[in-house]
Structure formats: structure tokens, C-alpha cells
Ligand binder design. Sequence first.
Ligand code: ATP
Ligand code: MG
Length: 219
Amino acid sequence: MALRSIYRAVIMGPPGSGKGTVSAHITKRFGLKQLSSGDLLRANIKAKTELGLLVKYRIEQEGQLAPDDVISQLILHELRSMERTDWLLDGFPRTVSQAEALDNVYSVDTVIHLDVPLQTIKERLTSRWTHLPSGRVYNVEFNPPRVAGLDDDTDEALVQRADDTPETVTQRLKVYETQTEPVLAYYRGKGVLATFSGTETNKIWPHIQAFLDKEIALV
Ligand code: ATP
Ligand code: MG
């Protein structure tokens, strides 16, 4: 049997569309390594690195993006140590300029697009609790942790993200529409976009799984 080539995927969708949750399922089933730009930025903010200090206000209060050059360098740097690894990018690229920067170095096999209605998303984000170190998310209504306020795997505290306030959420959704939706068109044009629509992650996941079962068998 020929050696299988490296599989490179991106997951996209509006804030709160379930990217983190679906990424965790994909990691578990297919062994791709997930790299989340949001988790990476939040770790930098928490550790008060130079980069973290630079982007903190913009991310947490304004709901704006980190500068393209900063984030592209950060992600491409991480990817350099993952040359022989199948990967899944969550949260990057988020602008056409970032997609082009990625394209200059790697070609993406598949872009999974989670198409979730905006109404659903607003309700979700404001009732969401996050385990910051891992990015695992819970929802007080439809996906509560086993023990209130604690992460299932580590028993560490859950928090509400500083940018999950109603004002910042509204801004993040606008940014998604104006800056990130063009990236969907960019990948559609390359023939790698796979869109999955729905309101519940648990119902969308089996379709993504069936899709990837076929895709990954082909590479
Ligand atoms: P969710 O975590 O619910 O999917 P999201 O997609 O808005 O929502 P993250 O991907 O965690 O959240 O990103 C949080 C914030 O970090 C963004 O609002 C943005 O300010 C910044 N950020 C993350 N990725 C990028 C990126 N590729 N380019 C610029 N800024 C980014
Ligand atoms: Mg996320």
C-alpha cells in the first residue's frame, strides 16, 4: 500500500457554531491534531506575553480581530513543527489575507464549514462556560458539565469568556460577516468547501463524520 499523504483541514463557522466541539470529535476519531488560534491567543493573554498584551483589548472588549501579520506568523510558526502531522485549524484563517498566507505554504485538503443560524448562536454564546486551558466548552442548558462550574476531565474551574458578553458577541458576528465570510467564497472557488447546516452540533456531527470517513480514505 502506498504511504498515505498528510491530511490538512480547516474548520470554519461563526463564533459559537460548534467549531471547538466538532474539532474535539475530529481529533478523537481521526487523530488530526487541532490548532485553535483563539485558544492560542487566550493563552498569550493569560500569560501576559507581548503579543497577549497587544491583542487583549481588541479581542476581549472590542470583538475585533488580531492583526493579520501577527496571527499568520503565530500560526505558521506552530505549523512548522507539525510538518509530518495531519492537522485541523480552528479559527484560522479568518480573513482572505490569512488564507493567502496559509496557501503560500500549505495546500488545504478540506474546509469544513458549520452553517448555524445567527439566532441560535447569540443564545448559545451568552450561556457558554469554557475551560480555558483546553478550550472545552459547556452550555448550562444543553451540555452542562457533570459538576456545575468544573471541567469534566480536569475538575478545574470553568469561566465565561471575556468576549462572550452580548455587546462583544454582536461585534464578533459583524466581523464574521464582513471579514470571514469572504474566506468561505475563497475556498468555495478552490473546490474544497464542505458546508454542514443545522442548529445542533450533535445532529451535524454524524454528517461530518461520514464525510471525513470517505475523504480520509481517499488521501
Ligand atoms: P468560538 O470559540 O465560539 O468558535 P470565535 O470563533 O469567535 O468563537 P475564537 O476563534 O476563540 O472565537 O477567537 C476569539 C477571538 O480571538 C476572535 O474574536 C478574534 O478577536 C481573535 N482571533 C482568533 N483567531 C483569529 C484570527 N485568525 N485572526 C485574527 N483574530 C483572531
Ligand atoms: Mg473556538
